[in-house]
Design a binder for this molecule. Structure first.
Ligand code: PLP
Length: 244
């Protein structure tokens, strides 16, 4: 049954999504990019299956979750049916079985060990998994992400891991970074992205650059983001502590 409050929630989501889409178009225009070169991933952590379904009805086609357990619970309830589902949060090796080979994209692979574990799990199921490598450009500021010095050694191994395909990079600038610092972070991500694109590793295709959240997605688009991960600007402020 559709209640009046569902209808209000739906209208709010519709308006928020329209605003985000307008801002994406404006940023693309400024960057001289095609609007369809940027895809919006709705970061839906802490939102119920019902709200996710409303967001789907309001036009969201890709959802990104942070936690494997929350993703599985909501997936079991059919929340994402008809939409793409991505994992954007940290993946622990003991949770690989629950998602490998089952998602459109995993944004957050940050070690060769994790990549190998996903590959082994997919091989068993005869499935293929697309992944991004999450980088950590400012190592002291963040706990997750691969050190850029380890990126090329990892990419050299990718040719041997035939059940995974690396399709790009993901980055999260340090929290509370100033806008100018985040722009610089995005710029450095883009440089690495282009550099790897030129080098041509087996089984690596640098097509996607996942960066930019509610506070800074326009800057990310100016620096070449192809996937932006937006939570607050779509769903409103999360009503409990951090779930990152
Ligand atoms: C929550 C989250 C986002 C979205 O953050 P907002 O600031 O709410 O837009 C993006 N990426 C990751 C990895 C997240 O955990």
């Amino acid at each position: 049954m559709q209640t009046a409050s569902d209808e209000t929630a739906f209208r709010t989501l519709q308006n928020n999504i329209a605003t985000v889409q307008r801002r994406i178009s404006d940023a693309c225009l400024r960057a001289g990019r095609e609007v369809n070169s940027v895809r919006l991933v709705a970061a839906s952590k802490s939102n119920s299956p019902e709200r996710i379904m409303l967001a789907k009805r309001a036009g969201i086609g890709i959802f990104g979750e942070n936690r494997v357990q929350e993703l599985c619970e909501k997936r079991d309830k059919g929340a994402y049916e008809g939409a793409e589902l991505h994992l954007i949060g940290h993946l622990q090796r003991n949770k690989v079985k629950q998602v490998a080979g089952q998602l459109e994209l995993i944004h957050s692979v940050d070690s060769l060990e994790l990549l190998s574990a996903i590959n082994a799990c997919c091989e068993k199921q005869q499935k293929q998994q697309k992944v991004l490598i999450e980088l950590n450009l400012d190592e002291e500021a963040s706990k997750t992400g691969l050190s850029p010095a380890l990126l090329e050694p990892l990419l050299e191994q990718a040719g041997k891991l035939s059940a995974v395909s690396i399709v790009g990079l993901m980055g999260i600038p340090p929290k509370n970074g100033k806008c100018s610092e985040n722009c610089n972070y995005f710029g450095r991500m883009q440089e690495l992205f282009i550099d790897i694109q030129r080098k041509k590793y087996d089984n690596v295709k640098m097509a996607e650059l996942s960066m930019g959240m509610s506070a800074d997605f326009e800057e990310a688009i100016l620096e070449g983001a192809t996937l932006i991960r937006i939570g607050t600007a779509i769903f409103g402020a999360r009503d409990y502590g951090t779930l990152e």
